[in-house]
Design a protein around this ligand. Structure first.
Ligand code: BG6
Length: 472
């Protein structure tokens, strides 16, 4: 489906996220023919860093050249470029933005939809929301809100109060770009469209679950943001817990936004308060020497934790979550470890104690894959067991050209008004609530060498199981 005509107002249009993801993503949607038939994109930023229309077009072209999958050329680019304009906005003087939006809407005729994307730092958030309310821009608009959604329960609540003073929940789209990844949707397909997976997707058959998102990159000059945030808030509370919601949810009654989000919400409700004793916080050696980082910084660049869900499906099944910067590999993995069968009939030296046992590993890297690991018999006259695997790879199985990246998919959904893959305030508040014991008494950070898999203690955290990465 193609959205109705739209004016997209991009706050923070000169920022990092717009440059790396949003402008290239919007252009990819245009290139793929998924933008509305008629659209305008109005960039905005405070007057001090504002651009003129032509400068904004040049800025977008550079961003798309550097980070885009679709190159800025041909008719699609000309059309996209012509749709761009800029309007500065400060609390004291929002007029240039109002003028730019009015011009954009008039040029589309009729009454185009309006989508405001708030890609601004947390400190600027409240003033932009208030500006939208005061100027009337909020009326009839949908709003995409970027993480972090607060830093703890009180701040998340106050953020929500700020938003709800201006917007109805039905118009708020809290974006978590992991939920726009193709393979996340595919968890729903894998679990609920196949008779061979869902029946074993529970505590009777699964011993533990790993959600593992190591990153090879460091903080990439984002000290200003990262110092006050850290990996737990940046990655775990947002992306990894959201993935967990999809892995662990009960079958929704339908694929509507309401049903899906209700089920995900129930998972968060069943999350036990996080025990700081089950958390490893790490910091890579050399982090404190990065420009802009406090030489005594206690900010974690790594977090691994063991959490539990107190419900019928998952009682007693630990979920292990890990993410961190400057690690050995950049990966996105969900791994389900299965319980062992009774192996008595096999001789102790038959190789039955291989490293994995039965594992289902879902790799979210673009383009992604699903691997089943199991034991098989070596050819020959005696019963010797070996690990084997079956791999399904998206690349080579489907026409990848139709795949969208997280942001692309989610911006499209927001224009269509579909909230299924966006997060809801009750869920987020519950996650902060469960995180409170950890936030109040965080264990000290432990050092780890860049290029490793984290501090040594992570192996004890997961024992008697083993991290499924690195691949063995
Ligand atoms: C962002 C975090 O939300 O996600 C970054 O702020 C992180 O710190 C990024 O690097 C990871 O996203 P992806 O899609 O590259 O895994």
């Amino acid at each position: 489906p193609r959205p109705d005509d739209h004016v997209i107002v991009l706050f923070g249009a000169t920022g990092d996220l717009a440059r790396r993801k949003l402008l290239p993503g919007l252009f990819h949607l245009a290139h793929a023919g998924l933008m509305p038939e008629h659209y305008r994109i109005v960039g905005s930023a405070p007057a001090a860093v504002a651009l003129g229309d032509e400068e904004f077009r040049a800025h977008a072209r550079e961003a798309v050249t550097e980070f885009g999958r679709s190159k800025p050329e041909g008719g699609a680019w000309e059309e996209f470029e012509a749709a761009l304009s800029f309007g500065a906005a400060d609390a004291e003087d929002p007029q240039p933005l109002l003028d730019a939006v009015r011009r954009a809407e008039q040029s589309l005729g009729g009454r185009p939809g309006r989508l405001c994307h708030l890609a601004v730092p947390p400190a600027a958030f409240a003033s932009v929301v208030q500006l939208l309310g005061d100027t009337g821009l909020a009326e009839g608009t949908r709003v995409i809100v970027e993480k972090p959604f607060g830093t703890d329960l009180p701040s998340a609540r106050s953020l929500d109060a700020t938003l709800h003073a201006v917007f109805d929940e039905s118009r708020i789209f809290r974006i978590d770009h992991f939920l726009g990844k193709e393979s996340v949707d595919n968890i729903l397909a894998l679990r609920f469209a196949n008779g061979m997976f869902e029946p074993v997707w529970n505590r009777d058959h699964i011993s533990h679950v790993q959600i593992d998102v190591p990153e090879r990159i460091g903080i990439e000059g984002r000290a200003g943001f990262f110092e006050g945030t850290g990996t737990f808030r940046d990655m775990i509370v947002t992306h990894l817990f959201q993935l967990m919601g999809f892995v662990a949810m009960e079958p929704p009654t339908s694929l509507t936004a309401r049903a899906l989000r209700d089920e995900k919400e129930k998972v968060f409700q069943s999350l036990r308060p996080i025990d700081p004793a089950h958390v490893v916080r790490g910091q890579y050696t050399g982090y404190r020497d990065e420009p802009g980082v406090d030489p005594h910084s206690d900010t974690e660049t790594f977090a691994a934790l063991r959490v539990e869900l107190d419900n019928w499906r998952w009682a007693g099944v630990p979920f292990f979550l890990r993410s961190g910067k400057s690690l050995a590999q950049g990966r996105h993995m969900v791994t389900l470890g299965f319980r062992e069968p009774v192996l008595r009939m096999f001789a102790p030296d038959a190789g039955a104690d291989g490293p994995h046992g039965n594992v289902l590993a879902i790799d979210f890297d673009d383009p992604g894959s699903i691997t089943a690991r199991f034991r098989t018999k070596q050819p020959g006259p005696s019963m010797r067991l070996e690990q084997a695997e079956m791999v399904f790879g998206y690349a080579g199985s489907f026409n990848e050209a139709h795949a969208l990246e997280g942001y692309e998919r989610l911006i499209l959904d927001a224009m269509l008004g579909d909230q299924s893959l966006f997060t809801r305030s009750d869920g987020i508040e519950r996650l902060w609530e469960a995180a409170t014991p950890l936030l109040e008494e965080p264990p000290p950070v432990e050092p780890y060498p860049p290029g490793s898999w984290g501090p040594e203690r992570i192996d004890r955290l997961i024992a008697p199981y083993r991290w499924s990465l690195p691949d063995r």
